[in-house]
Design a protein around this ligand. Sequence first.
Ligand code: ADP
Length: 620
Amino acid sequence: MSPTLAARNATDELAASPDSEALERSEPSVWSVIAPVGREIRLGMVVSVVGLAVWLGSIMMFLPIVGELVADDRDSQRLVTLLAMSFGLVVVSLVCRTIAFRISHLAAFRLEQVLRTELTTHLAKVPYGKVLSAGSGAIKKVIVDDVRALHVFVADSTPTYARVFAAPLVTIVLMFVLDWRLALVSLVVLFVGLVAMSFAFRDADTVRRELDDANERVSGVINEYVQGMQVVRTFDDGSGSFERYRTALREMTEVLREWTGRSRFGGYVAKTVFAALPMVITLIVVGVPMYRNGSIDLQTLVVMLMLAPTLTESMVPIVWLQQAIVDAAASVKRIERWRAVEVLPEVTVGVAPLDASVELRNVTFRYEGRRDDALTGVSLQAPAGTVTALVGPSGSGKSTAAQLLLRFWDPDDGQVLIGGVDLRDMTSEQLSRTVGFVFQTPFLLADTITNNIRLARPDASDDDVERAARAAHAHDFIVDELPDGYDTVVGERGASLSGGQRQRITIARTILQDAPVIVLDEATAFADPDNEAKIHLALAALAQGKTLIVVAHRLSTVRDAHQIVVLDDGRVSESGTHAELVAAGGRYARLWSSFNRARDWGVRTHGDGPSDRSTTTARG
Ligand code: ADP
């Protein structure tokens, strides 16, 4: 896949995420996603509520304590015992709180593991094209960031969540039992606070959503910018993409400013109205005259005043919990979108291909959310051991056809066959033994060179690995230039590899895989001349005796193909050998002559043969 395609796909992804519309409408619940650790979460909540009850108990102890304090015949022994008991209850309540959080943290760790395993297993089975077009950034966001967001939610919020519900309820009931008049006054204060708060947060959800959207737009544009950087650098000065980035960033800053102002204001309001002081002052103003005219006793008044802060303070977390749930819901939504992507159906007993021939039989394919087919009724046959080049203007469907051969997607209509067997009738193992591929963006793990090559065949010996590396013209630089030779870990300690070197390592991997069919997205477009020559040699070694399907971006490399298939707007417009197509005077002949003109122009102006710029002209 070309970087432009990758970039385009990254933006496409923003418009059409991998979800069903139904999911878009029904908000998946946070609780359903964290259900795997539901038992632990409930336990944590129960312990947290028990802690709350014990805390309230310690306050209730002040009924007899104050009673004892104001009694004429004070029993000091009893007073001390009561104080000690109250203190003991405070300690127990704190211990409960700690245990509740310990439980929730353990649950969060387990949830993280369960979700990651489930997601990665699922992603391994969904059409790979979907994963590819979403881009690694989006996948990382789900598997790493969103799962971590749920971890944080479960660890920090769930015990508090239970408390936030239980505390006001239990406290207000206690207050009503003690003195209904003061309890009523407290309720009024609470109500005023709630009204103020809902006013402060009246359209926080909308702003929040705008912020999320703006955020996604920015990461999309960054993604596009980074993925397309090679292209951007080569073909324009980057001002176009950079301008898009700046606009997206500006939009986000504006929404962010509004959001910060809004939430800061809301926060102030919440802190003020739910601080203990207003409530306590109100209760004193109302309660003290009641005490003076004898309609309430001192101990009840004192305990009411002590309960008041519990009541108000339990409301404060509602604000950030609300936010935590909104955040978690956004993560849940992205996780659920991926979980809802249907997996590619796979047979348990596969049919082995008869030979290495490749055939597209009347294939029609349309990307989800697109109005037009990417391929319409495409048929082509490539006998075993031949080279077939797919050419055509950008967007004509070359990469799509190549991806269908790797079963990144299944066709909507028609069949993709290798050795006479429909890809859907092979197991994924059979398929990966049959088809190898080399794409433009070489993929390497942060592991040793050996392990990176061995990825294709885990049972390969060190000799096999070296043989593959030699064939791929990678052995020399591995031994001469890398600090630990084959044991060098990619990306560590100065072991940064050039694009061409990475490419040759992935080619070595594909050589080791030794699949009879190779799909090649012409990988050399941007390599430097020295690397380019070596990559050509490596590819020649790879292609020897194989059926080769090349997505060709440059006509200079397709001349010798056994067959050239010209795609135009998702259809095969013509096919044949170079000579046949030039003689036919059709689309290919026109592409070829404009390619030649451009080359001549390149020779005349630079005197150094076809340049990359001229070849782009040929690409259309
Ligand atoms: P080529 O390789 O010839 O440049 P592609 O196969 O990449 O052409 O694209 C064929 C058509 O399919 C284009 O219209 C392109 O926009 C569309 N397309 C390619 N990849 C995707 C994708 N992942 N999602 C949606 N549309 C896509």
